[in-house]
Design a protein around this ligand. Structure first.
Ligand code: PHE
Ligand code: CO
Length: 277
């Protein structure tokens, strides 16, 4: 298996870009990679991951083999109405947003190679499953991800509509990056201590401790609309530890901040009148 993205067998995918999880294709080595990644990462969680994530992790089931998506769905769908769907890797943005809006979470069905054990740029099965899926059992978070999918479809329509709002999808992608992927929170149940809830942090052996403990990165509160604008104006790098994190107080803040119509926000950012930066 080559290591140049995007990999994965896209010929297996249907018109909605999903594919059946090819469970028979997993070898003992693949299951072993999952088992070792899970063991290492779950041992790191105390003191670094938010309480909601630690509580929800057991929903993934046994960690000695790669889980079957259908087995997780038998628990996830009754819990929050979400379902996992297999994908061969990264998919185009509109189909991705459409799946989220339909409460279907795309999970890459292949797992990284042993030489990528410590770091992988592309999302693989371990990142998608371990990082994202536990919190889909949390109702407030689950609702937010669906709302994000709908909001992103709207941003795409605005950007490509009769009165184009340029950059809307990118601005919203930054919010996704700084919250769903790399978000930090003041964890109420840990006495307000800094904890990770972003999937890119929760699935990363190195960055999970770095994001909470290092003195290097900036940690900016994400509490009001001015913070939201700053976040949507901040570009990011995908191939190194983040130099800036945004910190929420609780998942309800995320929902409250993203409930209003974003069109005026996109326009504000485009006219450069915000104090973002
Ligand atoms: N409410 C936002 C809009 O009107 C969409 C959104 C929802 C964005 C949830 C992020 C998360 O565009
Ligand atoms: Co991710």
């Amino acid at each position: 298996m080559g290591a140049t993205p995007p990999r994965g067998d896209y010929s297996r995918a249907g018109s909605d870009h999903t594919c059946a999880q090819d469970y028979a294709a997993y070898t003992e080595a693949h299951h072993g990679t999952y088992r070792r990644l899970y063991a290492r990462q779950s041992a790191l969680l105390p003191g670094l991951a938010c309480s909601a994530f630690i509580d929800a992790l057991p929903h993934l089931g046994a960690s000695d083999t790669i889980p079957r998506f259908e087995d997780i769905n038998a628990r996830l769908f009754p819990a929050t109405g979400w379902q996992l769907v297999g994908v061969p890797g990264l998919i185009p943005e509109v189909p991705f947003f459409s799946l989220l809006a339909a409460r279907k979470f795309p999970v890459t069905d292949w797992i990284r190679t042993p030489d990528e054990f410590d770091y992988i740029v592309e999302p693989d099965l371990f990142h998608d499953l371990f990082g994202h899926v536990p919190l889909l059992f949390e109702p407030r978070y689950a609702d937010h991800i669906q709302a994000y999918g709908e909001g992103a479809l709207k941003a795409h329509a605005l950007e490509h509509g009769p009165h184009p709002v340029p950059g809307a999808v990118e601005m919203l992608s930054r919010l996704y990056w700084y919250t769903i992927e790399f978000g930090l929170m003041r964890d109420e149940r840990s006495g307000g201590q800094m904890r990770a809830y972003g999937a890119g942090l929760l699935s990363s052996p190195g960055e999970l401790a770095y994001c909470v403990q290092s003195d290097e990165p900036q940690r900016t509160p994400l509490r009001d609309t001015a913070d939201l604008l700053r976040c949507m104006a901040s570009s990011y790098k995908i191939d190194s530890y983040q130099q800036q994190y945004f910190v929420i107080d609780r998942f309800d803040t995320l929902r409250a901040l993203t409930e209003p119509d974003f069109k005026p926000l996109y326009q504000t950012l485009n006219t450069g009148h915000s104090q973002a930066g």
